[in-house]
Structure formats: structure tokens, C-alpha cells
Design a protein around this ligand. Sequence first.
Ligand SMILES: [Ca+2]
Ligand SMILES: [Ca+2]
Ligand SMILES: [Ca+2]
Length: 214
Amino acid sequence: MNFTKTATVLGLIAGSAMALGAMPAQALEGLFGNDGIFFEEDTLVDFWFLESNGKFKSTLSVYNADTNTTVNPFLFQEAAPGYDVPKTGDFHGTCPQTVTSPAGECHTWFTFKGGVNYSLLLNSGGNNQVYSTNALNLNSQNPLMQQAEFTAMGNHIYQIAWDDTGNNNDGDMNDFFVKAEIKKAVPEPAALAGLGLVAGTMTLVRRRKNNKGA
Ligand SMILES: [Ca+2]
Ligand SMILES: [Ca+2]
Ligand SMILES: [Ca+2]
């Protein structure tokens, strides 16, 4: 059992039945920002579309940086440039009027596989493809490496603000906003309710380890 799993178990033990809904902060390991997206274990991330402000019709996807492929389905896609006036004067887009997930929702999620290097990709067509990972933007049209800003909004919750390189590369960093919340895919705290807490947690940790890669 490594430190993270031990910490998870200890956190759950300390948490008591009243606090089962909250996972300890140390249960998460990895990168989630301009240096890349990488988790040691399979990790669920919830995404919410917030707003867009830019004429391009953009698509936000998860990008597998190991295979250089875009993961399908996408997270969110703009169906129109945005209806703008009088909100921002910059093709303001909201969900569900101009932007939705493939299911037509304002919320979606993705399970990042452990051990895989990912990025987020905002694709506005042509050469206007920008990544949340700075290093992946080196070959883009934009001389600026940073095209996405991660701002912490809470415990493992981030706002991600993008610049899509449109409008002569104005760098306004407001073209696409999403919120992301990093969660553990397993174990589900709710599944432990009513069970012997310590034994149940240990079993889940063990089962998870055995199922790795399944
Ligand atoms: Ca747009
Ligand atoms: Ca803009
Ligand atoms: Ca812009």
C-alpha cells in the first residue's frame, strides 16, 4: 500500500460516517494545469460550461498527448458564434442556447486513465487549435505559449479560461470558460455506508488495485 492509499484509508477512518461525502485532499495525485494533465490512477473530472465570448465556433475536447489523438466524444461544442448584445459585445455564448455537451447538457465528465498524459484542446478550426498544456502550443500560430488559465476556485475545483487566437490573436483570455472539479473515480464513499468502515475501505482499495487495467 503506497502513501496515497494509506492516506485515503486514514482519511476515511478519521472522517466518520458523517463526513463520508468528502474525500481527503491527499487522495488526489498528479498534474492538472499548464504543465499537463496526468493522474497516477483513473480519475473522474466533472466539467461545466460557464460562458464563451468570441466569434469562433469552438469545440473543447480531451486530447491524449501520448498518442496525439483527440478523445471522442468532445466535452462541449458551440453551435453558433454566440448572440452577444448587450452582454459583452464579444459574441457572448451560453448553455444551452449556443453551447452544449454532446448530450445537450451544460455539464459533462471524463475519466482520465491513470498513467496517460492528457491535455485539453480548444479547436476553432484551421490552425486555431490551442491546448491547455503550454508545451503543446509551441507549434501553433500563436506566439504566446499560454492559451488557457487555470484558476483555483476551491478544493480541486478550477476555472479554465481560454483564448482561441481569434480577432487577430487578441489574447483576451475570455473566449471559452469551463469549470472543472477533480474527483476520485473509485471508491465511491456512498458505497461504504452501512458497512464496517475500515474493512470496507480496505476491501475496496484491494479490489481496485486488483482490477487495475481491467
Ligand atoms: Ca466562440
Ligand atoms: Ca473574446
Ligand atoms: Ca480572444
